[in-house]
Design a protein around this ligand. Structure first.
Ligand code: PRX
Length: 660
């Protein structure tokens, strides 16, 4: 973090007020109402959260203590008993929502399903019984590696129902990455599919699972459950592998939701940091349920008549919180779409909106930038008039993309909620409330009630208006991660030890740089650590470096992000070779493929540049700032006097990236 200077070059003065009609009908109707809620939550956070927990969730038993805070370890609603699958399903069955659509699913090859709350409840209960019959008990970890099909949500809810924490792994990760996650979580079972459809191709998911389990590489995994999706041939191992549809038929649809302790683990989700292997982010039951519920309700202004569509994959936190748990806890209708825009179907997103009359649409800036490139004729030729609210997440949105989204997709009538948050935060932290907070293109605006956010320097001192610094959270909140799975010290170190306030107060350090303007609006600028975002996918540069150096040809590797118009950032790798190897185009392809094998397709480097040496300080630290400038084609600026060998930089610049 030491060679980082946080500067913002963005000057944006446009401001958009919520439409009067929208505000009048919104859950939170005015700036004054937001400010009152915010002040109330700030003055007495425990009362604020406890009142909401009481009003919004069903508890089998009420908590004894709202918060137990032993910094940096928090416990919320201590002693309370609940089940998130009960809150997402059972409690709606005694209302008119019983036959309301819970999930509207649109499959990639054109198939579709609409599943009511009653049907979803039945399928979840059945699958929970399947898991029990296979010997999965409360506390056992279950890995989920699935395409975007309803069974992915059913699997998550069934795990939650019996108290088995799930760990969903995105379908774009490879067998190697799966193996690491199975072992770290000590998963007892894996739920997968024969394959999935992605961009006109079939992805062989079960084959990756087989590879991850081969040679007893993941010894804790006893059972594999397989959904039939693509019908491509696969191998089934006797006694280990079972077809989902066969077992579903053999069980009853009667399964009581387990009474979970508020602090029982709900799931582990792996995410990248600046050091080491991906971290198992742990979320627990009560706090996460409340936080995803209330943020869904107020930020997306969810109404019972709404059709809500979040385009994320279930393999990421956005899918967990805003496709599955948040919307279903509110009894909303949530859309799941298996496809992604691709040359053979550039208008597919707009077709889904038109077909199901989607009211609320939540996507990523990288997707918006690619829509801009495809031209506005495509969305203009569809009927998007059902939309009333738009959202973005995952990376900063550039004001021009925001304006395009506002004009072309939102027809200048839909507020845009630019939501800043992270895997670790469980739910959205900084965001407009759409009926209350005027928006400015490119700003996530203001913190959610109960979230005390600030911009500070390394000593934890608040910075002046518009001064760039570190984004921190000053008070625990219910949706916060509880620990790194099996590694509480890593949790402390990664998030709570970077900023050192003199008074010893614990501040949660998010890893992002930001500034706050004269209206108290946050302008998040991006990561200040070695984490990059490629098409909204979070990757640690060190993981990619480790993947590269595990190839016999590679002596040293340094990976940086370089700007990309659509994806935000692309992966740019500088590599020095072992003596016996020579640079060649075929070696470039081989190394790129090697990274795909080690991590997955989402980590394929765009550029590999061979070099004789890497620029290092006298103490041997790679000077990434210079590499970032070279990757971006910029002039080298700033102090280079600490560089060990000044000629390295000249050579690197001279070489350019011949071997792309
Ligand atoms: O850098 C921030 C960026 O995404 C990071 C979190 O990544 P992940 O855990 O994968 O979660 C993504 C979806 C919640 C953050 O540290 N980020 C997320 N949302 C925004 C953002 N940056 C700017 N503006 C946002 N709205």
């Amino acid at each position: 973090m030491s060679d980082v200077k946080i500067e913002s070059i963005l000057h944006e003065n446009r401001k958009f007020n919520p439409g009067a009609n929208f505000a009048e009908n919104a859950h939170i109707k005015s700036l004054a109402e937001y400010e009152a809620l915010y002040a109330q939550a700030e003055a007495d956070p425990l009362k604020f959260w406890a009142d909401l927990a009481e009003k919004e969730l069903h508890w089998f038993k009420k908590w004894d203590q709202v918060l137990d805070w032993q910094p940096p370890f928090a416990q919320w609603f201590v002693g309370g008993k609940l089940n998130i699958s009960y809150n997402c399903l059972d409690r709606h069955l005694t209302t008119w929502r019983r036959n309301k659509a819970a999930i509207i699913w649109e499959g990639e090859p054109g198939d579709s399903r609409i599943i009511t709350y009653d049907q979803l409840h039945r399928e979840v209960c059945q699958f929970a019984n399947v898991l029990k019959h296979l010997g999965i008990q409360k506390g056992d970890r279950v890995a989920i590696y699935m395409p975007m099909i309803p069974e992915a949500a059913i699997a998550m809810l069934a795990c939650a129902r019996i108290g088995a924490p799930h760990s969903v792994v995105f379908g774009g990760f490879s067998a190697e990455a799966l193996k690491d996650r199975f072992n770290d979580a000590q998963a007892k079972a894996v739920i997968t599919a024969d394959g999935g459809f992605r961009k006109d191709k079939v992805i062989a998911l079960k084959e990756q699972v087989d590879l991850a389990l081969a040679d007893n590489a993941s010894p804790t995994v006893e059972k594999v459950l397989v959904v039939e999706r693509t019908k491509e041939p696969i191998t089934m191992v006797e006694g280990r592998d079972f077809w989902w549809h066969e077992l579903q038929k053999q069980v009853s649809a009667d399964c009581q939701a387990e009474e979970m302790d508020s602090e029982d683990m709900l799931f582990i989700l792996y995410t990248s940091g600046s050091t080491g292997r991906p971290k198992g982010v742990v979320h627990t039951t009560g706090g996460y349920n409340l936080y995803t519920h209330i943020t869904s309700k107020w930020i997306f202004d969810l109404k019972d008549t709404d059709v809500f569509w979040c385009t994320a994959d279930i393999g990421w936190i956005t899918g967990h919180s805003y496709i599955v748990y948040g919307p279903l806890s509110n009894g909303a209708t949530t859309v799941m779409y298996e496809g992604v825009p691709r040359p053979s179907n550039l208008g597919c997103f707009w077709d889904v909106i038109e077909k199901y009359r989607v009211n609320i649409f939540y996507t990523a800036p990288t997707a918006i930038r690619s829509f801009i490139k495809m031209g506005e004729e495509i969305p203009n030729s569809r009927n998007l008039s059902s939309l009333r609210l738009l959202g973005t997440v995952g990376e900063p949105i550039n004001p021009e993309a925001w304006m395009w989204y506002h004009r072309v997709i939102g027809g200048e009538r839909c507020p845009i909620v630019d939501t800043w948050w992270q895997t670790e935060t469980g739910g959205v932290m900084i965001t407009p409330l759409p009926g209350a907070i005027p928006t400015k293109p490119g700003s996530a605006t203001r913190p959610f009630p109960g979230i005390i956010a600030d911009i500070v320097d390394l000593d934890g001192s608040p910075l002046a208006v518009n001064e760039g610094g570190y984004l921190v959270i000053k008070h625990p909140w219910p949706g916060m991660m509880r620990t790194v799975y099996n590694d509480p010290e890593r949790f402390r170190h990664s998030y709570w030890e970077h900023i050192h306030p003199i008074d010893g107060h614990y501040l949660y350090f998010a890893g992002d740089g930001s500034r706050k303007d004269e209206d108290g609006y946050f302008w998040v600028m991006g990561r200040v650590d070695d984490v990059i975002s490629v098409a909204g996918h979070r990757l640690g540069t060190m993981e990619i470096e480790s993947a590269l150096v595990s190839h016999p040809a590679v002596a040293e590797a340094a990976v940086v992000g370089c700007p990309d118009e659509i994806k935000g950032e692309e992966i740019y790798a500088f590599v020095t070779l072992e003596g016996d190897y020579a640079a060649s185009d075929s070696l470039v392809s081989e190394l790129k493929d090697h990274v795909v094998e080690e991590i997955g397709i989402i980590a394929r480097p765009k550029v590999i540049q061979f070099t004789d040496a890497l620029p290092k300080t006298r103490s041997g630290k790679i000077m990434r700032r210079h590499l970032r400038n070279i990757a971006a084609g910029k002039e080298i600026t700033g102090d280079i006097s600490t560089l060990e060998d000044m000629t390295v930089l000249d050579k690197l610049r001279g070489q350019e990236a011949k071997h792309h």
